[in-house]
Every structure is written in structure tokens, then in C-alpha cells.
Design a protein around this ligand. Structure first.
Ligand code: SAH
Length: 370
């Protein structure tokens, strides 16, 4: 790059390249095609961050690679662990922008919640990220890096076939993944490759506020599970909670769900529903929800609202949530109430990076585990 001094040559990063790009890069470097397969294995199956570790390559080739490329990870500016086992990493990218990734261990699975954008454009009124502006889309490499970092910190290399810690991935962190479709798709392609991180599309769920035109594409091209942030059963209410509803109202959104490629009773669409006191939590709302979901292979995830300072809503009472859940359950849908996890480290839904943004505004010390 012209702006860089000659003493700091720019070494391209091989981490984050897909099969085609890695093959092209190495071909341009003069390496034979099987080298790309070897590097793929080291980078995505073994998690190598150092060419010297790649013992199946000759020393001379390793040295040549090291002179021209890097295998990098974004900086981890803080790492927090909750009393409930939830872990959160705040990653800082080369331009100083930060996102959070959260690991949620449960008895039968371990879920990694990944961000797709820095900030968000949606302005959902109950979501704290909605009060932050969109700064930028994450690159495919930055989306992928969140999973690589979690694997690094959990000591999960080489990619285990069984007894994994990260079994599931949800694109439910900051941002709207379907507004960053190309980069999300590219990152997930690498994540799903059976000779690398090897996380199956059946274990990956993409959550959207309802970007209708991209929903079909997501099912047909990426083939992951779909979660939809529904949150209301009437357009006037949803218009207020999820302003994107003014563009893609409930009927259109549910049509897209009805036609979601790959959805079946064995692979249901998750409808997320945040429980807001007096707004969307009445038995009438629950019955309307059941009516709307007719004909869609659906399950419902009831999320107790996570309050944040200045939020214009309150969480529904436990009794209201239980009554709502009972109605949905009686209609034949699974309707678990999601237990808030990692509240003590601000890792819960809608809270990601809020504390970091506040701290930067105050120009105080970075987050620490203290
Ligand atoms: N933009 C995507 C993914 C990010 S939000 C989407 O809208 O689905 C991930 C989930 O957290 C969404 O269901 C969102 O509605 C929910 N959420 C956001 N803020 C919340 C809060 N304060 N309490 C509970 N759930 C919240």
C-alpha cells in the first residue's frame, strides 16, 4: 500500500480466505494445488497461527510463506466469564472497531453467539444495540474470526469430531445478518466445510428481524436454520418494536417463512418473541400467535426482556410469561422461556457491546473481569 512505509510491508492474511481464494492466492505465489489443501487443513482444522507449526510442509516452504503471509487473529480486548459459565470476548479489529462474541454452555450443547455488524441499522426500540448507529458490516474474515477465537480460548483444536464445546452457532449477536448477506454467506461456507471447522448447517441458526427478500436466498444458498424475531402479532405493534416491519409487514414475513427452503417438522423455524409487559404479552396475543403460525413448521422462543438503562419497556411478569407459554404449548408448539444467561457480564440478548461503548464514551479504562 502506498501509504505504508517500506519498513512495514503489508503481508496478506490467509485466515479468512475461502477455498477458491486460498487456491488462487497460493497459485499466484507459485505453489502447487495440493499446497492449498494442506494449508486449509492447518488453518481451519488445526487452527494454526504460526507457519512454523505446519510440520507436513518443508521448512523452506514454511519460511517462504512466513515471509509473505500472516495467520492472524483480531485482538481480544477483554474476556469475561460469568458465574453461570457463559463467556464473552470483546474483539478489536485493525481499524479499532469492536464486536462481542458470547459462548453459552448448556448441558447438551455449547452455543456461540456471533455478531455480523458493528452496530445496527434496525433501531428496534427494545434492543440496546438499536440505540447504537451502524458503523460498518463485518468482513467474512471478521465473522469467521469470532469462531476461531472461541476455539482458541476453549482449547478446541484440532476440530473435534465428537464431544465438542462449540456445537452450535447462532447469528444473534450485534447486527442484522441479512443486511450483510454476502460476507455472512462466505464466512459460513468456511465454517461448514467438512475438512475444516466442520460445523454442520443443521447446527447453525441465522436470526433475522425479517429482511424478506433475503430469507429465501438464505435458505436456498446457505441452508442454515432460520430464526425470526417476530415479537408482535399485529402490524401496528410490530411497527413500533421492529421498525423494519413497515417495509416488510407480518403477512409478507410469514409467507417467506412458509416458503423457507429446507424447513420441515424436523427443522423448524424459530420464532423469537421478547416478552414486554403490557405491550405484546396478553393471552389474546398468544392465541393470535398460534393462529398466525398455522401451517409453518415452527417453534417459539420466549425471551424475557433484558432491561437496559433508559429502556422504555419492562419485562412481563413471570405469570404472564407462563400463561403465554401455556397457550402456545397447548396449540402444539414448543414454547420454552429462554433463561437469561451471562447477565452479570452483560452478555444477554440486546446488551452486546453496550458497556464497552459506554466506557469508551467516558474514556475510562477498558472492561476487565474484575
Ligand atoms: N438482527 C437480528 C439478530 C440480532 S438480535 C434479529 O433481529 O433477529 C438477536 C435477538 O435478541 C433478537 O431476537 C432480538 O430481538 C433479541 N433482543 C434484542 N434486545 C433484546 C432485549 N433487550 N431483551 C431480550 N431480547 C432482545
Amino acid at each position: 500500500m502506498a501509504t505504508e512505509p517500506p519498513s512495514a510491508p503489508h503481508h496478506p492474511d490467509l485466515v479468512g480466505l475461502g477455498r477458491t481464494a486460498l487456491g488462487a492466492e497460493l497459485a499466484a505465489f507459485g505453489a502447487e494445488p495440493f499446497r492449498a489443501r494442506q494449508l486449509w487443513h492447518w488453518i481451519y482444522h488445526r487452527g494454526a497461527t504460526d507457519f512454523a507449526a505446519m510440520t507436513s510442509l518443508s521448512r523452506a516452504f514454511r519460511e517462504e510463506l512466513a515471509a509473505h503471509y500472516v495467520l492472524s487473529r483480531p485482538a481480544v480486548s477483554s474476556e469475561l466469564a460469568s458465574v453461570d459459565g457463559t463467556r464473552k470476548w470483546l474483539l478489536r479489529f485493525a481499524d479499532g472497531q469492536e464486536v462481542e462474541t458470547v459462548y453459552i454452555p448448556e448441558e447438551d450443547r455449547g452455543t456461540l453467539c456471533v455478531s455480523s455488524q458493528v452496530g445496527c441499522t434496525l433501531s428496534c426500540t427494545f434492543c440496546h444495540t438499536g440505540t447504537q448507529r451502524l458503523v460498518r458490516n463485518l468482513t467474512a474474515a471478521e465473522i469467521l474470526a469470532q469462531i476461531m477465537i472461541a476455539r482458541d480460548h476453549l482449547g478446541e483444536w484440532p476440530s473435534p469430531r465428537t464431544d465438542r464445546q462449540v456445537t452450535n452457532i447462532v447469528l444473534m449477536g450485534m447486527g442484522e445478518p441479512l443486511f450483510n448477506y454476502d460476507n455472512v454467506a462466505e464466512a459460513l461456507k468456511i465454517v461448514m466445510d467438512p475438512e475444516g471447522l466442520a460445523i454442520s448447517r443443521r447446527k447453525i441458526t441465522l436470526s433475522t428481524a425479517g429482511v424478506v427478500p433475503a430469507i429465501r436466498r438464505c435458505g436456498a444458498e446457505i441452508g442454515v436454520n432460520l430464526a425470526v424475531s417476530l415479537h408482535a402479532v399485529r402490524d401496528d405493534v410490530r411497527d413500533r418494536l421492529v421498525p423494519l416491519n413497515r417495509k416488510y409487514p407480518i403477512a409478507e414475513l410469514l409467507d417467506a417463512c412458509r416458503n423457507y427452503p429446507g424447513a420441515s417438522n424436523a427443522r423448524r423455524i424459530t420464532f423469537e418473541y421478547v416478552m414486554l409487559k403490557g405491550i405484546n404479552d396478553s393471552p389474546t396475543d398468544a392465541r393470535e400467535l398460534v393462529r398466525l403460525l398455522a401451517g409453518i413448521p415452527a417453534k417459539v422462543n420466549l425471551i424475557p426482556f433484558n432491561p437496559w438503562p433508559g429502556a422504555p419497556y419492562e419485562c412481563s411478569s413471570e405469570a404472564a410469561i407462563a400463561a403465554f407459554s401455556d397457550i402456545v404449548f397447548a396449540a402444539g408448539y414448543s414454547a420454552p422461556v429462554r433463561t437469561p444467561r451471562g447477565r452479570d457480564i452483560l452478555a444477554a440478548c440486546g446488551q452486546l457491546k453496550s458497556a464497552s461503548v459506554r466506557q469508551h464514551k467516558r474514556e475510562s479504562a477498558p472492561l476487565s473481569a474484575a
